[in-house]
Write a protein that binds this ligand. Sequence first.
Ligand SMILES: [Zn+2]
Length: 411
Amino acid sequence: MASQSRLFQLSGTCNNYPWGKKGRDSLAARLCEKTPGTDFVINDDEYYSEMWFGDYPDFPGRDLETGQTLAEILKEHKEKLLGAYSIENFGNNLPFLPKILSIGKALPLQIHPNKSLAAKLHEKDPEKFSDSNHKPEIAVALSQFELFAGWRDLGQISAIFNIPSLRRFIPEGSHSWNEETLRSVVRGILKADEQTVQNIEEDLKRQSQEDIEKLGYPSSMFELIRRLQSQYSATDPGLLIAILCMNYLVLEPGEAIFIPADGVHCYLSGDIVECMARSNNMLSGGLCPVADRDNIDLFSETLKIDSSTRVDNLRLPANPSKDGASGHTLVYQPPISEFDMIRIEMTAGTEELIWNHKGPTVAIAVSGEGTIRGDGKELAVKTGFIFFIAAETETMLRADTGMRIYAAVIR
Ligand SMILES: [Zn+2]
C-alpha cells in the first residue's frame, strides 16, 4: 500500500434543501461539478443548497483518487494528517466543517447551541441533535450576500415597538429596554397566534416610509416583508423577529460575518463559503414550516443577547497575513480556536508559499487555474478543486491565471 500523502484532492457532496438555488444557478452545484471523475450531474429542476467538503458523515468529502471518505482516511492516519496539536485540542476529527452555500430563499431563523446545551440536547435526542459540540460559524460572501444577523440597537427596537399593534409585546412595567426586555419580546412574538402575526405585518406595511426611516429602519423593509411572506407565509412569527429586531446586512464579495454560538441569524440570498466548528446542531424559531420550529422557550432562553451580537462585533475583517510568503494572503480570524479562514488572491504568473500550519487545512479554489506543490508532488488547481493539506505541511501555489482560494486553517 502506498503511504498516505499529506496533500490530496477531495471531492465534495452537494445537498438539495429547498432554500437552495435551482440547477446551474447554484454556485455550490457548479463548483461541485468541476471536480473531475465524480458522477455528480446538475439537474436543471433540482435545488442545490450546499456543498460540504469536510469529514462530517452526512455529506462527506472523499479522496478523489481512492473514493475513501476523509473521515476514514483521518481515522487511519490521524497523527500524520491532523497533527498532535489538533488531536490534543479537538480530538480525532477535523475540528471544522467547510461548505459552499447557494441561497435562493431565506433559511430558517436559527441559532446553533453552545457546548453545554449541545451536550444536554445530544444526550436527550441524539437523532435530532447529532453533536455535543458548539457551532460558531463564519460566512464569507462570494457574491452579494443578504442576511439578518444579531440584534439591532435596543433603542431602535424599543422605538418601533411604540407602534400600537406592537406595544402588547412589551413586558409590563418596562421603562427602558434591556437585554431581558428583548428576550421577552422575542418569546412573546414567537408565541403569538397566527392572526395576530398577520395583522401586525399588514399594519407594518401601512406605516409611512418616512416614519419607518425616522425610526432607523431601511425603506427596503416593506419589500423584505413581502418577500418573506411569499417565501414562507404571512403567519410566520420569525418574519417579525427578523424585520423588527435584527440587523439587515448586504455583504459584498470578500466581506465576512462571524456568528457566535447561540447567535441569531437568518441568511437570505447569495453564494457564500461557510465554515463552522464541527457540529450540525440547530434550533429554529421560524421562517420554516411550523413542524420544523423548535420549542419556543428553549429557543428564546438560549438566544445570545449581548455586545457580541451587535453588528460591529459580528463583522469579520480580512487582514493581511503572514501565512503566505509573498503577501498574497489575507486572514479572517473569528474569536474561536477551531479555525481561521485564509483567502489567497493571486495574479497570473505569481507564486505564494503557504507556510505549514499546526493543524489540518482544507482549501477550495473558487476561481482561476494554477498548481499546488507539497509533500513531493504537484497537483493542478482549477476552479472548484478542493484540497486536504496535512498539519505541518508547506505548500507552494503558482497561479497561471488570476486565482482565488479560501482555506480553513488552524494557526
Ligand atoms: Zn447557521
